[in-house]
Ligand binder design. Structure first.
Ligand code: GRF
Length: 187
């Protein structure tokens, strides 16, 4: 299965896919970032083509440019800590071939503005007893596509958002590769 991984940050989810690519049965054809980020460095370190489509340059044409770059090159687009919202044209054209990982139990704590530490802060402040992460297909909405996998973690009474983020991230690093593996096997 040929995949593109889209990143905006540290790329720890990308790293877990790189580490498990053979076991998953996928080949990472390229990494695309919407900003300068360590995720692009990781691609370079592993000899994987990296493409920067700066969101400040492309603005509303970012999705169009993504489609140009990815068309005919990959079977699956993996959003791994990617922060730009893809528009309906690309999510329709790639329907069923874009997945995203979100660090909460969707539909809770999802939607615009809910990303990264904001999520874990909101979960802790809401006094939730559990959280987790969700891998889902990307549709035209934000964090609203069909759910593929979801796994839970406990929220401990005196957890800080950072404690929770660490616990959830460990889970993400297992769940996303597993989801890609399942898609690769069915491909
Ligand atoms: C993390 O908040 C992760 O939960 C989410 O995107 C953020 C960055 O992840 N999926 P990564 O280290 O760039 O993969």
């Amino acid at each position: 299965l040929k995949i593109a991984v889209l990143v905006s940050g540290g790329g720890s989810n990308l790293q877990s896919i790189i580490d498990m690519a053979d076991e998953i049965g996928c080949s990472i054809e390229l990494v695309v970032a919407d900003r300068g980020c360590y995720g692009l460095e990781r691609a370079a370190e592993h000899g994987i083509e990296g493409v920067l489509l700066d969101r400040k340059v492309y603005k509303k044409n970012l999705s169009e440019m993504l489609d140009e770059v990815l068309r005919d090159r990959v079977d699956l687009i993996v959003l791994a800590g990617f922060l730009s919202i893809l528009d309906e044209n690309i999510t329709n054209r790639w329907k069923g071939r874009i997945i995203n990982i979100h660090p909460s139990l969707l539909p809770k704590f999802g939607g615009p503005g809910m990303y990264g530490m904001n999520i874990h802060r909101a979960v802790v402040e809401a006094g939730e007893r559990e959280s987790g992460c969700t891998v889902h297909y990307v549709d035209a909405g934000v964090d609203t596509g069909e759910i593929i996998f979801q796994e839970r973690v406990e929220v401990k009474p005196n957890d800080t958002p950072e404690d929770l983020q660490k616990r959830v991230l460990t889970l993400e690093h297992r769940l996303l590769p597993q989801a890609i593996k399942n898609i690769a096997m069915a491909h």
